[in-house]
Design a protein around this ligand. Structure first.
Ligand SMILES: [Fe+2]
Length: 300
């Protein structure tokens, strides 16, 4: 009886918690690189993991975009998981996203939810259950699910309608202010669309190079290519960060060292965003965030 009461309270607490709008935190970093021209200083905005699937998540996304634009970015990067399951509130979502590209050039890559095995589901807890099965028993999961049938195009079209440039295993040159940059977007690793060689093998120039990927661990597959800054998301900052315990057990179990924040890796940098939304909408101790990186030459 006591157990049933506790269970009931937990469900009630969770449903109340999931309705409270969350405060959006603004993270700011300064990054110096002698590979940038002396007169180059860029305000880079990094957003990730909107996970829109209901009214509350659409509202959180709108507030995150307001916070991002108030930082007056020169260029904006999005690193995947725009939806949790099915695309919902399509027209309204396009309108909200359009504000990004209307302010600054905006580039995006897809995540494992944007066409992943769970993209037909309309319930975020069901999506969470699928993900637990997918990551704990990948071989069994793949036996029952046709992994060749994954298609991120519907989500990419939503982004394109908002004038956002989608880069999937594609590299482009970007001229912005006094800086010429190379920007490469990689397909998502978990949904088997990761083709780094296709994206980067033909690059001949040595412009400062930003790589976008959903999953930060892909760094280990691309050390032989020249790049300076990798922007990623996916891990939602660990999603649950308890006092004295640290990151959630599941991330420790998977050995994800690069969970949240700005890291130096070899002679490069990696920024992992905690994102705005989360699978199952549960974030404890890791608030939604937008990140401004001011990237400039040390002499600037
Ligand atoms: Fe995500």
């Amino acid at each position: 009886m006591q157990l049933f009461f506790l269970f009931l309270m937990a469900i009630l607490g969770l449903s109340v918690y999931k309705r409270i709008p969350q405060k959006i935190v603004k993270q700011r970093f300064k990054l110096k690189s002698s590979r940038l021209p002396t007169n180059c200083a860029l305000r880079i905005m990094h957003l990730s993991d909107f996970h829109v699937h209901n009214r509350r998540t659409l509202e959180n996304t709108r507030r995150a975009i307001n916070a991002a634009l108030s930082e007056k970015p020169d260029i904006i990067f999005l690193t995947g998981d725009y939806v949790t399951g099915q695309i919902v509130f399509r027209q309204e979502y396009v309108k909200i996203l359009s504000r990004l590209a209307a302010t600054a050039p905006t580039y995006a890559v897809g995540g494992n939810h944007d066409g992943g095995p769970w993209s037909n589901l309309d319930n975020s807890l069901l999506v969470l259950l699928h993900k637990i099965l997918f990551f704990s028993m990948p071989l069994v999961y793949r036996k029952f699910y046709d992994m060749e049938n994954l298609n991120p195009e519907p989500v990419f079209n939503l982004l394109r309608e908002a004038n956002i440039v989608v880069l999937e295993n594609e590299s482009v040159l970007v001229d912005i202010k006094e800086c010429k940059l190379r920007v490469t977007g990689l397909g998502d690793y978990f949904i088997r669309r990761f083709r780094p060689r296709h994206a980067m093998a033909g690059i001949q120039d040595s412009y400062p190079h930003i790589v976008l990927a959903h999953e930060p661990n892909v760094r280990k597959f691309i050390p032989d290519f020249q790049w300076d800054l990798l922007l990623a998301g996916h891990l939602h900052g660990g999603q649950i960060l308890l006092p004295f315990v640290g990151y959630s057990h599941i991330h420790k179990m998977f050995g994800k060292k690069y969970i949240h924040g700005l890291y130096k890796w070899r002679d490069r940098h990696i920024h992992v965003s905690a994102g705005v939304g989360a699978t199952g909408d549960i974030r404890i101790g890791v608030p939604p965030e937008v990140t401004l990186i001011v990237w400039g030459n040390p002499d600037n």
